[in-house]
Design a binder for this molecule. Structure first.
Ligand SMILES: [Zn+2]
Length: 285
């Protein structure tokens, strides 16, 4: 039986997602509409193979493309600066090889990162710029000696079990009027609704699937007061294209066009309606 961690009620079976070694079973809460997998213990996903991009379900090794990823990190920091300029205290949760932390440091932030993987944290210690700024911890057990002004969770929240405790912990880790940034998919978007069990965000490590509406409600319950929404992402199209240029040769120009097209579609919204499901939420304490 899969219980909604927020409503504490039994969820209903929604989809079976094929295409993995073990098919995924997706359940949905009848009250808050939160979707979730029936996985009680996610440990074991975040191995060396995951981070180097060789596991069945994996991350890509951003270190090889730092120069290109930096375009996106810088663009995002430009937006963050409008709300919280440097030298604010900054924490990237699920920081992986620490690229975003490194860029934030260069931009003048007092930046740190945490990751659950001993492998990536060890790798970070080899990098002089971020050495001693990246800690191996899961979020719930992380106890820094000072609070933060900005916490970022870029494509991380969907991986974390016990989301109700996670959101309260994030609130506690922030200074008054602190800013929490969450990037995840919005399952109220038409893209997710229409593609159903074929939607690409259904992945083995993704335990919870939020919507703009229920994520806002959960954050309010945790104490957050003000919200700003970015449909698509919180930066423009150009940095995305510049990042792509690091691994996609110009001959595949149609892929650039496709990204541009999706970027435009993501801007088509009306109240809670959104055409695509990419989504970034800024929540203020
Ligand atoms: Zn619920």
């Amino acid at each position: 039986m899969v219980i909604c961690p927020f409503c504490k009620i039994k969820t209903n079976f929604l989809y079976r997602v094929d295409g993995f070694k073990k098919p995924l079973e997706i359940y949905q809460c009848p009250s808050c509409k939160l979707q979730m997998q029936d996985i009680t213990n996610p440990d074991g996903f975040y191995t060396k193979d995951y981070f180097e991009g060789t596991a069945e379900y994996s991350y890509f090794d951003e270190r090889k493309y730092f120069r290109y990823c930096e375009f996106v990190w810088k663009a995002r920091l430009k937006t963050i600066k409008k709300f919280k300029p440097p030298p604010a205290r900054f924490l990237d949760v699920g920081c992986s090889f620490g690229g975003f932390v490194k860029t934030a440091l260069k931009e003048g932030y007092d930046a740190e990162g945490i990751d659950i993987s001993p492998y990536v944290v060890e790798e970070c210690q080899k990098d002089e710029e971020i050495k001693n700024r990246i800690f191996c911890s899961d979020l719930l057990h992380y106890t820094p000696n000072k609070k933060y002004d900005i916490i970022t969770m870029i494509e991380v929240i969907e991986h974390l079990p016990e989301p109700n405790r996670i959101l309260k912990k994030l609130y506690d880790l922030l200074n008054p009027s602190g800013l929490l940034i969450i990037q995840t998919a919005n399952f109220d978007g038409l893209q997710a609704k229409m593609q159903k069990n074929h939607y690409h965000y259904y992945l083995p490590g993704h335990l919870f699937y939020y919507s703009k509406k229920n994520l806002t409600a959960f954050l309010k319950q945790a104490g957050f007061k003000e919200f700003i929404y970015f449909h698509g992402v919180d930066f423009g199209l150009l940095p995305k294209w510049k990042k792509m240029s690091g691994f996609i040769p110009p001959i595949y120009f149609y892929r650039y066009l496709r990204v541009g097209f999706y970027h435009l579609l993501s801007k088509i919204t009306w109240g809670d309606f959104a055409l695509t499901s990419s989504f970034v939420l800024y929540a203020f304490k």
